[in-house]
Design a protein around this ligand. Structure first.
Ligand SMILES: [Zn+2]
Ligand SMILES: [Zn+2]
Length: 345
């Protein structure tokens, strides 16, 4: 077996270079990667690695939304065999710290996450080895595209689990990018129907309607606050998910949230955000953070394989691995068209 990987060798430059096969432990599986999604975080690091991650040392291999075929298993692995198709949950926590022990393993400070700090190699690679306990078998009928998309779906599901919206709640999702649409899918799967989604781009709102959004706000043409208030008879939203990663929409959420409502910060907002806490305090609003996800791959697989969530609908373009440089540039420069880009290995 010969391995090669796409190394980020300098700012905005990926190079496919042959490299060693990844090391395999007794409890690991070796997978031949089939599909990898390009995530917003990959784009941030590609665009400006030194800004996105202060202590980064290039070259690095990015990519963490992946699924593939098992080609080898360690001697201690029992439940997975060569030929199985699996999705990898990219973050592997230590399993022993207070966060792991309390079940909140996404907060483990010792987590090893594919293609992220503290820099283990990512999935833009022909082969990846990974602990079997974080490799999830894909059931019959579920392909590796859906497998790769479990990762952003888990983010959306975790955001929804943080907020626990109730049936009848008015929900607003700010941003109809991949994570916004995954959050929408996760709301619908939970029986939350009354979801409005806001975005600057019309094609993304069309996609949100296809996924099942009840209302849309075209925020480059419509005033977000006026329209949001109109749609909720002046009350505001019970739950707001900020998925755009925008300081502006984050700040507006203080106006759009209902009294006693919740604001869930899903998108990563760099820098400092001016936010009026007086407004949220006077409405006794809960503000919730979201960091990745935990314990959600089995449920995400169930929702996808039963057809209750159809993640493939949001993939706008596929690129073959040798074209990964073009894929990354396309995903960044054609943001309005490229909702989700997936690499075919
Ligand atoms: Zn991701
Ligand atoms: Zn831990």
């Amino acid at each position: 077996m010969k391995n090669e990987a796409a190394y980020l060798v300098e700012k905005q430059k990926l190079e496919i270079i042959s490299c060693d096969m990844p090391p395999m432990g007794e409890t690991d599986v070796l997978i031949k990667v089939c599909h990898v999604g390009i995530c917003g975080s990959d784009m941030h690091i590609f665009e400006d690695p030194y800004y996105a991650v202060k202590d980064i040392k290039l070259p690095v291999i990015l990519g963490h939304e992946c699924a593939g075929e098992v080609v080898e298993v360690g001697s201690q692995v029992e439940n997975i065999k060569p030929g199985d198709f699996v999705a990898l949950e990219p973050g592997v926590p230590c399993g022993t710290c207070e966060y792991c022990m309390s079940g909140r393993y996404n907060l483990c400070p010792q987590v090893h996450f594919l293609g992220a700090r503290p820099w283990i190699n990512g999935a833009f690679s022909r082969y990846v080895s990974h602990p079997a306990r974080f490799a999830f078998k894909l059931p019959q009928g579920m392909d590796t595209i859906e497998g790769a998309l479990l990762e952003p779906l888990a983010v959306g599901m975790h955001a929804v689990e943080r907020a626990v919206p109730r049936p009848g709640n008015h929900v607003l999702i700010l941003g109809a990018g991949c994570i916004g649409l995954m959050t929408l899918s996760a709301c619908l799967a939970r029986g939350i129907q009354n979801v409005t989604i806001a975005d600057l781009y019309e094609n993304r709102l069309e996609m949100a309607k296809t996924v099942g959004a009840q209302g849309t706000i075209y925020s480059s043409k419509e005033d977000l606050i006026n329209r949001g208030m109109e749609l909720t008879q002046g009350k505001g939203y019970d739950v707001i998910f900020e998925t755009a990663g925008s300081q502006k929409t984050a700040a507006l959420s203080a106006d759009l949230v209902k009294r006693g409502g919740k604001i869930v910060m899903v998108g990563n907002i760099f820098g400092e955000t001016p936010f009026n806490f007086f407004k949220t305090n006077s409405k006794e609003v809960d503000i919730l953070g979201v960091f990745r996800y935990r314990n959600l791959y089995p449920a995400a697989i169930e929702l996808c394989s039963s057809g209750r969530i159809r993640t493939k609908e949001i993939v706008t373009n596929y690129f073959d691995f040798p074209k990964i440089q073009d894929a990354m540039e396309y995903a960044i420069t054609q943001k309005q068209k490229a909702v989700k880009t997936v690499i075919r290995m």
